[in-house]
Design a protein around this ligand. Structure first.
Ligand code: FAD
Length: 402
C-alpha cells in the first residue's frame, strides 16, 4: 500500500490549486482521477477575471491548446423578455475562454503532484491519525494511506457520500444540457456569454460561440423533457434574435448541486477529510464555478499545511480559513450587494444605470418575475426565502454546516 501525506480525489481546477499549495510546502501528494487524462469536462469555459489572475499567478500563462475559439471573452450579456439586452464587460478586460480538457490537464501537471488517472475513488476509513483510501484502477482494487484526504471530485462527490451517505438527498439538484449547432447566421456577439432571464424559457438558459459552432444550453428539473426545452429556446432565438442554426450535431448534460452557496449550505468535510471546490458547494451566480473552485482548493491545501505547522486539526484550520471564500461566494447571491455593491466581476449596476428609465423599469420587473420562477422548485421556496432574508437579517452565519 502506497503511503503519502495527502490524497486528492479529482484532477480538476480545485485539485490543481490544492495540489500546488501542498507540493510547494514539500508534502507528498497523489491526485486520483477516475478518467483518463486529459479528460473531457462539460463547461462553457468562461473564466472570471479572478480565476484568470489565480491561474496566472500560480501556474503562469495558459498554453494555446488550453483555449477555445474565440480565445477570449469580454463579459456577459443579459437578455430579458422585454427584449432589453445588457452587455457587461468584465472588470480589467477580456479573460481566456478555457478548453477544460486541456486547461485542467495543464494546471494539474503544473502543480507538481503525482497523478494517478483511470483511478476511481471508492471509499475511505478515517482512523484519526491516518486515512485509508480505497480506489479502483482499471477495475482492480488499490489502497492508499494518507494523513489527509481532499475531496475535489465535483458536484456528485463520492468523497462526501463516503462520510455523509445521506448528503445528496439533503440539497437541491438541477440538470443542465447543451447542444452544439453549426451556424447559418448568428447576430449574438461571439465576444460575450449570453444568458436569458426569461421565465418562459426556464431557470437557466444560455448560449455562446465555441470553435465555429453555437452552443445552446438549458437548465431543467428531473422529469422535464430536455429536447423540448432546448427546441423552445432555439425557436425563441430564431424569432427574437434572428439566430439561424442547423440541427445540433452533438449534445451533453449533467446534474449540478445547485443552491448550496445561495443558502449558505456548504460542506467542508469531517476529521481528516476536507471537501473543496464545487463538491463543497462553491458555485457563483449564473453557474460560474472555476474561480471559487480554484480559491477554495488552494485554501484546502493551505489548511493542511497550516495544520501541520501549528499541530492543529486540519478540519479546524480549514473551516477557519475558508470563511473568506464563503463570504465572497455567498455575497454573489445577495440582492442588496448586487444592487449597491460589486460582488460580481462585471458591473451590473453600471449597465443598469446606462439604460433609459423605461428599460431600467422593464429589467427590474423581468428580474422579479424570473426570481419568482424559482419558487416552483421543490427547494425553490427555501432558496427564495433564504435569498430574501439574508440581507434583512445580515446573515452570514454559514447555516447548517456539516
Ligand atoms: C454546462 C456547464 C457550464 C459551465 N460553465 C462555466 C463557465 O463558463 N465558467 C465557470 O467558471 N464555471 C462553469 N461551470 C462550472 C464549473 O465547470 C465547475 O464549477 C468547476 O469545474 C468545478 O471545479 P471542481 O474542481 O470543483 O470540480 P470538477 O471540475 O467537477 O472536477 C471534478 C473531478 O473529479 C473527478 N472525479 C469525480 N468522481 C471521482 C472519483 N470517484 N474518483 C476520482 N475522480 C473523480 C472528475 O472526473 C473530475 O475530473 C459550468 C458547469 C457546467 C455543467
Amino acid at each position: 500500500m502506497r503511503s503519502v501525506d495527502v490524497i486528492i480525489v479529482g484532477a480538476s481546477l480545485s485539485a490543481a490549486a490544492a495540489a500546488k499549495r501542498l507540493v510547494d510546502a514539500g508534502l507528498e501528494t497523489i491526485v486520483l482521477e477516475r478518467k483518463e487524462l486529459p479528460r473531457h469536462k462539460i463547461c462553457s469555459g468562461i473564466l472570471s477575471p479572478r480565476g484568470h489572475r489565480f491561474l496566472l499567478e500560480n501556474f503562469g500563462p495558459l498554453p494555446r491548446e488550453a483555449l477555445h475559439e474565440p480565445t477570449s471573452c469580454r463579459g456577459v450579456t443579459f437578455h430579458f423578455p422585454s427584449m432589453v439586452s445588457m452587455p457587461m464587460d468584465f472588470f480589467g478586460g477580456t479573460t481566456p475562454h478555457l478548453h477544460r480538457k486541456y486547461s485542467d490537464y495543464w494546471a494539474i501537471k503544473s502543480s507538481g503532484a503525482e497523478i494517478h488517472d483511470r483511478t476511481s475513488f471508492a471509499g475511505l476509513e478515517d482512523h484519526g491519525d491516518h486515512v485509508i483510501v480505497q480506489a479502483r484502477k482499471n477495475g482492480e482494487p488499490v489502497e492508499y494511506r494518507a494523513r489527509q484526504v481532499i475531496g475535489a471530485d465535483g458536484p456528485s462527490s463520492l468523497v462526501i457520500r463516503s462520510i455523509y451517505p445521506d448528503y445528496p438527498q439533503t440539497i437541491p439538484w438541477f440538470f443542465v444540457g447543451q447542444k452544439f449547432h453549426d451556424i447559418i447566421d448568428c447576430p449574438l456577439s461571439p465576444d460575450y456569454f449570453h444568458f436569458w432571464f426569461h421565465p418562459g424559457l426556464g431557470h437557466y438558459t444560455w448560449s455562446h460561440a465555441r470553435d465555429g459552432r453555437q452552443i445552446v444550453g438549458v437548465g431543467f428539473k428531473r422529469g422535464d423533457n430536455f429536447a423540448k426545452k432546448h427546441q423552445t429556446v432555439v425557436n425563441y432565438l430564431a424569432e427574437k434574435h434572428g439566430v439561424r442554426l442547423h440541427p445540433h450535431t452533438e449534445d451533453e448534460g449533467c446534474g449540478e448541486n445547485f443552491g448550496p452557496s445561495l443558502i449558505n449550505r456548504y460542506v467542508f468535510g469531517k476529521g481528516n477529510v476536507l471537501i473543496t471546490g464545487q463538491a463543497a458547494g462553491f458555485l457563483n451566480m449564473i453557474g460560474e464555478g472555476m474561480s471559487c473552485a480554484l480559491h477554495a482548493g488552494a485554501i484546502s491545501g493551505e489548511a493542511v499545511v497550516e495544520a501541520r505547522l501549528r499541530n492543529r486539526p486540519a478540519q479546524e484550520m480549514y473551516r477557519r480559513m475558508i470563511a473568506s471564500e464563503v463570504r465572497r461566494t455567498t455575497d454573489q447571491w445577495n440582492p442588496l450587494k448586487i444592487a449597491f455593491d460589486r460582488p460580481h466581476e462585471a458591473d451590473f449596476p453600471a449597465a443598469l444605470m446606462a439604460l433609459g428609465w423605461r428599460d431600467r423599469a422593464k429589467v427590474l420587473r423581468d428580474l422579479w418575475r424570473f426570481v419568482v420562477l424559482y419558487k416552483e422548485f421543490k427547494w425553490g421556496r427555501q432558496i427564495f426565502r433564504a435569498a430574501m432574508q439574508r440581507p434583512l437579517i445580515g446573515g452570514y452565519s454559514m447555516q447548517r454546516w456539516l
